[in-house]
Design a protein around this ligand. Structure first.
Ligand SMILES: [Zn+2]
Length: 390
């Protein structure tokens, strides 16, 4: 196999930007980093940024397709849409749905893994629900209300069987009856249990953390922070999570869901190695569609695009983002003033750690050559997966 040199890049390393340097790629891996390296084939980065390929651990679709459409074509369409925007690893996310729809999603993923040439981009799946609090519009967000239910361990057993070991993370609301057992079971199986779409106050959230919940899904969205019940002040799930340094979080960095100072606060308290950037992108991501279905074509909810974000048709709630990870890079570095080394951690290194992938997520010798070249406006110029140009 021929070696490749990326020449003259501003390399975004885990701890600094290394100016005007080269990367030697052999057999799909980063072989060395330095000056004046030589190889068989040269890509000139022209003094632009070379970043680790993005790792999106929470994404529902893109390019006009949703993973809940549950066809190989839909999976391939969505994966290709995000890949062209620099996402070299993504975790297909299932919406809350009926057991049948979740089973179809899992079966489809396994078929995709066995047949698609894009299979190595998707290491496993994420189930966002369906064991969520559906009591209020606030915590429900755009999750389909009719299918939210309490943890059902017979159903969980059947879905685990259908998954064939592909579930990397599963979300539930910690205040529900059975959620403590759910968290313990997920830990036993090596699946990350995450808190999401929850009405839990800080005490209930702490109980959840004590029973094994390790992560928070789209932190700040569809969970509680400081609030009052009657005249009594309560701390929320957000505060409980800040009081537990080990719990990781993810933020939808589309520039709409989370304002700059929340990103800064989360980074200040948790550090970039605990905060992943996600798109939570739905089927409209990576297209110029102005409307579409959130969830499957068959059972999904109609949404429209307004102000660069998906909203329910009655505009009562956001309904997922339409971002790709390169937009998150532009939001973080361009709009929010986060330095690019920190942004690369949030977009690649930290989410790679979240899914236990130790061969990706940084520009580092020995790791897979999943790389993105971006210009000074953070626009994607080139994407490499395992050293191959996309
Ligand atoms: Zn989601």
């Amino acid at each position: 196999m021929k070696s490749i040199i990326i020449k003259n890049g501003n390399l975004v390393l885990p701890d600094r930007v290394l100016d005007n340097s080269d990367i030697l790629i052999e057999s799909g891996k980063i072989k060395s980093i330095g000056k004046d390296l030589v190889g068989d084939y040269t890509i000139d980065a022209k003094g632009q940024y070379v970043l680790p390929g993005f790792v999106d651990v929470h994404v529902h679709g893109g390019g006009g397709a949703d993973f809940m459409d549950a066809t190989c074509e839909a999976f391939e369409t969505a994966v290709r849409a995000h890949l062209s925007h620099g996402t070299t690893t993504l975790v297909p996310t299932a919406m809350s749905a009926t057991e049948q729809d979740l089973t179809d999603f899992l079966n489809c993923f396994n078929e995709f893994k066995n047949t698609s040439k894009y299979a190595d981009i998707t290491p496993g799946v994420h189930l966002e629900g369906p064991y969520f609090s559906g009591a209020t519009a606030k915590s429900g967000g755009a999750q389909p209300r009719g299918v939210l239910r309490l943890p059902d361990f017979d159903e969980i057993g059947r879905l685990l069987k259908a998954s064939n070991g592909s579930i990397l993370r599963w979300d539930a609301a910690p205040e529900l009856e059975g959620s403590d057992r759910f968290a313990a079971l997920m830990n036993e199986l090596g699946i990350v249990p995450a808190m999401a779409h929850s009405n839990a106050d800080s005490f209930e959230a702490q109980k959840g953390i004590d029973s094994g919940f390790k992560h928070v899904t789209h932190f700040y969205n569809a969970v509680t922070s400081y609030h009052k019940v009657g005249q009594k002040p309560r701390a929320g799930l957000v505060e409980a999570v800040y009081l537990n340094p080990g719990v990781t979080v993810e933020l939808i960095c589309d520039g709409r869901h989370i304002p700059r100072d929340i990103v800064r606060l989360a980074l200040m308290i948790k550090g970039a190695d605990k905060v992943s950037a996600i798109t939570d992108g739905m089927r409209i991501a990576g297209t110029d569609m102005q409307s579409g279905k959130l969830g499957s074509l068959k059972n999904g909810t109609d949404v429209i695009v307004d102000d660069d974000v998906a909203k329910l048709v009655d505009m009562s709630s956001f309904a997922g983002s339409i971002a790709t990870m390169d937009r998150c890079l532009r939001v973080l570095c361009g709009d929010y003033g986060i330095d690019i080394v920190t942004a690369a951690k949030m977009l690649s290194t930290t989410p790679a750690k979240h899914i236990n992938a130790d061969n990706i997520g940084a520009v580092k010798v020995g790791l897979n050559a999943d790389l993105v070249i971006a210009d000074n406006d953070y626009k994607i110029i080139k994407v490499l997966k395992n050293g191959a140009e996309i």
